[in-house]
Write a new protein. Structure first.
Length: 294
């Protein structure tokens, strides 16, 4: 494989994966919605194709000229894009890496702690709100039966500075902004709910390893540590010289971040193990502390 198509290449994960691939002398092509960032991407050595991910003729043309597709463009909840990409890849033997998200582990615990650690072997029975994500993941994995080398990667809470156009992740910066607005580090309910986390560069390294070594139909969880939301809130208070961290209601989280962000992004548990990636792909993440990053 030499030429890789990335959707969401102007985003945080996609842009960092692109840079890691460029460092390894791959040719990288980005599918972009418009030409707003084309000049920046070209300057970085990235080829671009302009068009919608929902235009199947654009997808067919883009995919016909590459060896693999890495899908990051708001992918976790988008069955339409996943199906279109699979239709374009069917029978080609090409690689498809799909980006999911670890809110699928959430139990809507409203800030209560749950220490259960999910592995890829554990059968998921997600809450209704996250069921579509799991169904999409399963559909992508089953596409291995259609002569597609399909792989699903499930990032946890991603932190660190991105290597592409977008430098910041979503969850942690949102919590920092909200805490600054409140004047104290914020957690929700008891804040004892735990999130696994992973540094953006370690995560991008995992994508490269999966591209190069994973078997068709493989699923990998990506983490290298875990923290409670209260731990993060306390570190935010310390780092930004705010008042001591304290709780607000889960309803305020929902009002601020929406139902998915409030109930699952900040008030549920999302704890998993990446032992499979370490064993099968020899993944060796280097960054071990989201608190130190804060």
């Amino acid at each position: 494989m030499k030429k890789i198509l990335i959707t969401g290449i102007t985003g945080y994960i996609g842009g960092t994966i692109a840079q890691k691939l460029l460092d390894k002398k791959y040719t990288v092509v980005g599918l972009v919605r418009n030409e707003a960032h084309t000049k920046e991407l070209h300057a970085a050595g990235i080829e671009t194709i302009t068009g919608s991910i929902y235009d199947e003729s654009v997808l067919q043309k883009a995919i016909s000229g590459v060896d693999a597709v890495i899908h990051n463009a708001d992918s976790a909840d988008d069955a339409y894009a996943a199906d279109s990409i699979i239709n374009a890849l069917e029978g080609t033997g090409k690689t498809f890496i799909f980006t999911s998200g670890s809110a699928i582990f959430g139990g809507k615990e409203n800030g209560e702690r749950n220490d259960f650690v999910f592995t890829e072997d554990f059968p998921l029975q997600p809450r209704l709100e996250m069921a579509s994500r799991v169904l999409i993941n399963q559909y992508v994995l089953r596409s291995a039966q259609k002569k597609i080398r399909s792989i699903v990667i499930v990032p946890t809470m991603v932190y660190g500075e991105g290597l592409g156009i977008k430098k910041d992740s979503i969850q942690l910066p949102a919590l920092i902004r909200f805490s600054k607005e409140k004047g104290f580090g914020v957690y929700f309910g008891k804040g004892e709910n735990i999130w696994s986390n992973v540094h953006i560069e370690d995560l991008a390294d995992l994508y490269v390893l999966a591209l190069e070594h994973a078997k068709a139909g493989s699923l990998y969880y990506a983490e290298n540590g875990a923290s409670t939301i209260k731990d993060l809130a306390e570190k935010i208070s310390e780092r930004y010289s705010l008042q001591p961290a304290r709780s607000v209601t889960v309803q305020e989280a929902v009002d601020t971040f929406g139902p998915a962000g409030g109930y699952f992004g900040f008030a549920s548990n999302s704890l998993c193990s990446s032992d499979k990636a370490r064993t099968e792909l020899q993944w060796k993440p280097q960054h071990q502390s989201i608190e130190n990053f804060i």
